[in-house]
Design a protein around this ligand. Structure first.
Ligand code: HPA
Length: 274
């Protein structure tokens, strides 16, 4: 057993001392999107501070807790607030919460984020279903001694975003008449926003949206055999695509504006994932 696996088991034990709840679906709520948690029929809330070895988020809009409960008949665990690489953690710590979800029994994972739109046909406020991702610009979270208990040394990444979950997201959008874009997401480390030159480059290599999360989490989940889906809220058009310089306030304003639709989309998608 590796040291890292021992550590994960200790974190898991802190959770299991508090709840026996067995979620099958995991949900990660991105920046400004945390209010969806109000829709959950709550069984148990566990603050990240209560979990041994858990990296604690420093971003204001991220509350930092696991919420265990139900949406309809679906038993889920939701992360209200995630951990970002730019906070200074190692990648293995950034993905610890995802690995814990897998060890708690999660088979399907829905990742959400706020992202900058690179595709010129997008607008701020659009939702983009992630169909693929570009991990090239971040350290791979699987670097280091492989944790055999979680997955193989060289996992395939032919299809990170599971077809079945993509269909759940499409149905979730259709049933609520919410327009849905589709595209490829690229994760950069942040925390500075991109330069216009970087955005031009990312467009050339095929990215439709850019952000500072999600890809590393998806990799860790696929390593464990978890089915993954992803939705980006295009909170702003990326650097250089607007007259005004980009700021974090733009992100918050847009996520607040589209909150009602986001919550409908996520709720229906989770019901479809049962
Ligand atoms: N760039 C990177 N991350 C982001 C952005 C962006 O434009 N918007 C929201 N998260």
């Amino acid at each position: 057993m590796t040291k890292e696996y021992e550590r994960i088991c200790e974190s898991l034990q802190s959770i299991r001392e508090i709840t026996n709840f067995q979620p099958t679906v995991g949900l990660v709520l991105g920046s400004g999107l945390g209010d969806f948690a109000n829709q959950i029929q709550v069984e148990q809330i566990i603050d990240y501070h209560q979990i041994k070895h858990f990296p604690i988020s420093t971003v204001d809009s991220h509350k930092g807790r696991y919420i265990f409960g139900r949406i309809g008949d679906v038993k889920l665990v939701c992360m209200q607030g995630r951990v970002h690489y730019y906070e200074g953690y190692q990648m293995k710590d950034v993905v610890l919460p995802i690995r814990l979800m897998g060890m708690l029994g999660v088979k399907k994972l829905l990742l959400t984020n706020a992202a900058g739109g690179i595709n010129k046909s997008f607008q701020a406020g659009d939702f983009m279903m992630i169909t693929g991702h570009i991990p090239t610009f971040i350290p791979n979270p699987l670097i280091g001694q492989n944790i055999q208990e979680l997955g193989v040394r060289f996992p395939g990444m032919d299809q990170v975003y599971h077809d079945g979950i993509q269909n759940c997201i499409r149905n979730g959008a259709q049933k609520n008449k919410i327009p849905l874009q589709e595209g490829k997401y690229v994760q950069l480390t942040g925390p500075s926003f991109e330069t216009p030159e970087e955005i031009e480059f990312l467009r050339i290599i095929g990215a439709d949206a850019v952000g500072m999360s999600t890809v590393c989490e998806a990799i860790a989940a696929v390593h464990m055999g978890i089915e993954v889906g992803g939705i980006s809220c295009i909170s702003n058009m990326a650097s250089g695509m607007n007259q005004n310089p980009l700021s974090a306030q733009d992100v918050d304003q847009t996520t607040t504006r589209v909150k009602a639709d986001f919550e409908k989309l996520i709720k229906q998608t989770i019901l479809e994932m049962e």
